[in-house]
Each structure stands twice: as structure tokens, then as C-alpha cells.
Design a protein around this ligand. Structure first.
Ligand SMILES: Cc1ncc(COP(=O)(O)O)c(C=O)c1O
Length: 344
């Protein structure tokens, strides 16, 4: 029982690296190949690229439980976080998670005039107070796989009228992300969404759009980009597409196919599939069950990572831990191969 999508991926046996770099599904690979062929034969069509980007924006809206007019497209999560950081008043307090991924934290630190309070994930909601301007966190922690209590954070933020930024890069694709109701939600597609690196998206609440200046505005930030490629006026789209980065076309060809594939799946099934495999693996390691498709455990000397690598398994080492992740192309055989490689 469960999902059987292995046949949609050219590789995958022993590939436990979704948290680092997802694998392209067949339709993504085919779309990218077709694009390369068109591009190299001089028949690529820039208007067609625009249509694909707009289709991808619609898919992204579906994944975040919002509408296309609230979604911006970009190239990295960190650049969207930077727009939020730029909007913070001098001296403002931003509460973040100690040990969170750098892209979620560094844009605030780089301001150097903000009060960045770093707290353990478990104390995130409690750390939000009346002096907080924004709370910013990854829904699933990159290094540990821990899943944040989004409802508790949102509730604390509401109590104190605090803005919420959620990075769903390690979540969207295996964990439902349609009910976050954050001011800014940012996501890069190259992990659990199986898109190419260089295709990211974000959703902006009405308040976020009021407060955040579109400092990355370019030709694509206009209401009708192709009709407004030149100055001198500030021609900004009235919706969140004012925050668009000029699209990396070749990446978005693959991303459009990847996101279309993802929204065709039942996220509850994908979620159960990843959790079942992760928990079967945890069981082999005598770790208790968890709620994450990412399994990370202490590996200070790197022996576990080395054993897995020697056995041909693609895993990763993060912050003194070994890390494996279970996604669409994995099955029980991957669990067995990996546990066996670890002598379990
Ligand atoms: C939580 C999280 N956010 C974002 C990223 C990627 O950041 P960026 O899009 O800035 O490269 C990663 C990559 O590991 C991540 O784990």
C-alpha cells in the first residue's frame, strides 16, 4: 500500500537527499530537455516563458492556500526574507529560531540595527511579546527536521500584533502549507517540490504588501511587463507580483512542471508516505516515532554519514548530525538499505 511513484523518477534508490536537493520528476526533466532543445535551436519564445511563469504562480498559490495576486516569484528564499528585513524599523525586535537556516536569519542580522532574538524552537511562541516586530522561522528545521508549532506561533503573534514570516522550503511538498496565514511565506522549490534551484516563490498578506517596499523591482514587477520595459515611471503591479524578481526562465520551465505535478498529488498521502518511511527508519535506529520526513541524529565524528556514503546512500551531515529524508521516490527498500549500512 501507500504511494508508488518511484517509476516517475529516473533515480532514487538510496537517494535520501530531498532535504538537500530533490530529484526531478519525469515531467520536469522532459520540460527542461525540451526547453534546452528549443533554446539551442533558436526557437525559444519569451512570451511562452511568461505564460509558464504565470501558470507556476497559480500552482504556488494553490500550495500556499492563497490566490495568485498574493504570490511573487523569485530565485531564492533569502532574497524575500531580505525584503522583510529591509522593512523593519531601526531597533525593531525580530524573534528567530536558534539554529535555523541562515537564509531565514542572516538578512535580519545583516541590518545590524535590529534586535535579533534567537530562541530554541520549542520556546518560539512564548518569545513573541509586545515589543516584537516580527517572528521569522522555518516551518521544518533544516538541521534537525523538527516541525514548528505554527498554530501556537500564529496565536502568540496575533495576541501582540506581530508579523509572521514562515519559510516552508523544507515543508511544502510533503507537509500541508495551505493554512499558515502568515504575513510572508517563502519557499524555494528545489528540495521537496523537486524543482530546479533558482525558482522560489512567496506569498504576501495585505499588511505585508502595505509595509514591504518592492526594492527588487525590475521590468517584471509591472502590471504588464512586456508593455513596460523602460523608464522613467515607477510602474508597479498593484498585487504581489510587484515583488517578482525578473524570472529565471529556464528554471521556471522546470518549476512549472514540478509544481503542477505536486498539486496533482494528495498531500495527505505524500505526508503519510514520508512519515511512514521515516518512522520505520527511526524504529531501526531505536529512535522514538516523530512527525517529520527528515530524520537527523547526532553523528559528531561523521561515522554514520561515512558508512551510508560507503554503501552508496545519498545522505547529508548538518550541524554535527547525520540527516536523511524520505520522499516520493523512496520505499521500504531504502529504509532497509540505510539501516543495514548502519549495522541496524
Ligand atoms: C529552511 C530553508 N530555507 C531556505 C533554504 C534555501 O535558501 P535560499 O533559497 O536562500 O538558497 C534552505 C536550504 O537548505 C532551507 O533549508
Amino acid at each position: 500500500v501507500g504511494l508508488s511513484l518511484r517509476h516517475r523518477f529516473a533515480a532514487g534508490r538510496g537517494y535520501l537527499g530531498a532535504a538537500t536537493l530533490g530529484l526531478p520528476v519525469d515531467v520536469t526533466r522532459d520540460a527542461v530537455r525540451r526547453d534546452l532543445e528549443k533554446w539551442s535551436t533558436g526557437t525559444a519564445d519569451v512570451v511562452e516563458y511568461t505564460a509558464l511563469v504565470e501558470s507556476a504562480r497559480g500552482h504556488a498559490a494553490t500550495l500556499l492556500g492563497t490566490t495568485s495576486d498574493r504570490v511573487a516569484i523569485g530565485a531564492t528564499a533569502s532574497a524575500f526574507v531580505a525584503l522583510a528585513a529591509a522593512a523593519a524599523p531601526p531597533g525593531a525586535e525580530v524573534v528567530v529560531v536558534d539554529g535555523d537556516f541562515a537564509s531565514v536569519v542572516r538578512p535580519f542580522l545583516a541590518r545590524e540595527d535590529l534586535r535579533v532574538t534567537q530562541v530554541p524552537l520549542a520556546g518560539l511562541a512564548e518569545a513573541v511579546g509586545p515589543d516584537t516586530w516580527m517572528v521569522a522561522y522555518a516551518l521544518v528545521q533544516s538541521a534537525t527536521g523538527e516541525v514548528a508549532d505554527a498554530a501556537a506561533v500564529r496565536s502568540a503573534a496575533r495576541d501582540h500584533d506581530v508579523r509572521v514570516l514562515v519559510d516552508t522550503t523544507q515543508a511544502t511538498g510533503w507537509l500541508p502549507t495551505t493554512d499558515l496565514d502568515a504575513d510572508l511565506t517563502v519557499c524555494h522549490t528545489y528540495k521537496w517540490l523537486c524543482g530546479p534551484r533558482g525558482s522560489a516563490f512567496a506569498s504576501f498578506s495585505a499588511r505585508a504588501q502595505e509595509e514591504i517596499r518592492p526594492l527588487t523591482a525590475g521590468w517584471y514587477s509591472a502590471l504588464d511587463p512586456w508593455a513596460s520595459c523602460y523608464g522613467p515611471e515607477l510602474d508597479l503591479a498593484p498585487d504581489a507580483s510587484r515583488y517578482d524578481l525578473s524570472p529565471a526562465w529556464h528554471a521556471w520551465v522546470g518549476a512549472e512542471a514540478a509544481l503542477g505535478f505536486t498539486i496533482s498529488l494528495d498531500v495527505a498521502e505524500v505526508h503519510a508516505h514520508g512519515l511512514d518511511l521515516a518512522n520505520a527508519f527511526r524504529d531501526r535506529l531505536d529512535l522514538g516515532p516523530s512527525d517529520s520526513a527528515i530524520v537527523a541524529w547526532p553523528d559528531p565524528g561523521g561515522a554514520a554519514l561515512a558508512a551510508m556514503t560507503t554503501a552508496g546512500i545519498t545522505a547529508s551531515g548538518r550541524a554535527g548530525r547525520a540527516r536523511v529524508s524520505f520522499h516520493l521516490w523512496n520505499d521500504e527498500e531504502d529504509v532497509d538499505l540505510t539501516a543495514t549500512a548502519l549495522g541496524r
